[in-house]
Write a protein that binds this ligand. Structure first.
Ligand code: ADP
Ligand code: MG
Length: 461
């Protein structure tokens, strides 16, 4: 199957060739023709299967005809996070370079002036996170009545982040005779209901991860004490053929300290977490993408959905508290057919978290055997500078850990704060969650989606 067989225009095929893609992924091959025929579509495929291009490419051809109008975007793409929104925008720039299309990006944390100005002049594509869009809509700065194409991307993440009510409101502001595309890795009942309500006679496409990809991520857990985590990490970074790695930690303080410590030990490391503003995050990500640094220490909030090519390793410095975060973290490697390795550190305090991960993934993650002398290396002098001593004694946050968004663990993930209005809405919502939660089984982490298929496959060696 070639891109040329899908009905895309020559200009677009040229741009695709320049981007270096030789053939469409299965979701692209199946989704592009019906989208070009203006059909509604539900596309279900795991992370990393190329869903973005499966709507960006046909959209460019669809939007090539028609005229922009002030304040009325012609199409709307909803993304759960600003990073994902920025990535979709990058895709439009890359593939749309032979077309005269105007785009605006409405996301939290960046200056809105230029984007609002672009909207006023008229855009073909508006890419937005639901919160920021609602905000602007309520202030009358935007009209959705001219929006004839809607994409709801990463629908299951939207659900996780509490955006479904916003999406319902947004859907009801669009003309009813529009084209709607919904993409998701999984199809929990709430998403099914959303689709039933807002899509009309959609074509349903579900793509299993190709068999080769199933074994693409070799997973290990590493038994380690809390105080040995850094040492073991450095050992693996030096000895496991690491070309690029993302290291996830549960707390932003850990992210900061770990990045500092790695730099002290001579690694070219950077960091990305929720305390950094958007330009700083994007700049750091860029350094990672262009190879100025090859190690990125990250928190879940900042790293969700990041698409970085060719990450050879993912390290879970802490086992994630929410098992679905495990799936997202390790999904940063083994992308686009490449192979990857994922190491999860399990200290005694991670015991419950790893149980939950294995419950979700439906199997035990193989234990990584450190060669004997490395498992308990004699502490070299440089391995315990004075700073580390302090870190080893139980810090306050280690006794009462909080998530990066400062909600206590076990609390529902607080949605990204995008604006004051948003914040207030969400606070009310999460209050509701809290009281509901008290009546619930505490062991339930809120995950009710299907188990990702590729996780059934145990690691090779
Ligand atoms: P998803 O949204 O399904 O998680 P993305 O759209 O982010 O996946 O794509 C994942 C990765 O695959 C990206 O790095 C993207 O550049 C790459 N990719 C997409 N389409 C192709 C293709 N046809 N051939 C090779 N790589 C591709
Ligand atoms: Mg995607």
């Amino acid at each position: 199957m070639n891109f040329a067989d899908l009905g895309l225009s020559d200009e677009l095929l040229q741009a695709v060739e320049t981007a270096g893609y030789s053939e469409p992924t299965p979701i692209q091959a199946q989704a592009i023709p019906p989208v070009l025929m203006m059909k509604d579509l539900i596309g279900i495929a795991q992370t990393g299967t190329g869903k973005t291009a499966s709507f960006v490419l046909p959209m460019i051809d669809i939007l090539a005809h028609g005229r922009r109008r002030a304040l009325m975007p012609r199409s709307l793409i909803l993304e759960p996070t600003r990073e994902l929104a920025a990535q979709v925008a990058e895709n439009f720039e890359k593939y749309g370079k032979n077309h005269d299309l105007k785009m605006a990006l409405l996301i939290g944390g960046v200056q809105m002036g230029d984007q609002v100005k672009a909207l006023q002049e008229g855009v073909d594509v508006l890419i937005a996170t639901p919160g920021r869009l609602m905000d602007l809509f309520e202030r009358g700065k935007i009209l959705l009545t001219g929006c004839e194409l809607l994409v709801i991307d990463e629908a299951d993440r939207m659900l996780d982040m509490g955006f479904i009510p916003d999406i319902e409101t947004i859907c009801s502001k669009l003309p009813t005779n529009r084209q709607t595309l919904l993409f998701s890795a999984t199809m929990p009942p709430v998403i099914k209901k959303l689709a039933d309500r807002f899509l009309s006679n959609p074509k349903y496409i579900e793509v299993a991860r190709p068999a080769t990809t199933n074994t693409n991520i070799v997973q290990h857990k590493v038994a380690v004490t809390t105080r040995k985590k850094r040492e073991v990490l450095r050992h693996l970074l030096r000895n496991d053929d690491v070309s690029t790695a993302i290291i996830f930690a549960n707390r932003k303080t850990t992210v900061r300290e770990l990045a500092k410590s790695l730099k002290r030990h001579g690694f070219t490391a950077g960091e990305i977490h929720g305390d950094m503003d958007q330009p700083a995050r994007l700049a750091e990500l860029q350094r990672f993408k262009d190879g100025s640094i090859n190690i990125l220490v990250a928190s879940d909030v900042a790293a969700r959905g990041l698409d970085v090519k060719g990450v050879s390793h993912v390290f879970n410095f802490d086992t994630p508290w929410h098992p679905d975060d495990y799936v997202h973290r390790i999904g940063r490697t083994g992308r686009g057919g490449a192979s990857g390795r994922a190491f999860t550190f399990v200290a005694p305090e991670d015991a419950e978290a790893i149980d939950n991960v294995e419950k979700l993934t439906g199997g035990k993650i193989p234990v990584y055997q450190m060669p004997a002398e490395e498992a308990a290396p004699a502490p070299a002098r440089e391995e315990k500078p004075r700073r580390e001593k302090r870190e080893r004694s139980p810090a306050r946050e280690e006794r009462a850990p909080v998530r990066e968004d400062n909600a206590p663990i076990r609390e529902e993930r607080a949605p990204r704060r995008e604006s004051r209005g948003d914040e207030q809405r969400r606070e009310r919502r999460s209050e509701g969650n809290r009281s509901r939660r008290r009546e619930q089984e505490p062991a339930d982490d809120g995950w009710n989606g299907p188990i990702p298929e590729f996780l059934h496959v145990s690691a090779l060696a």
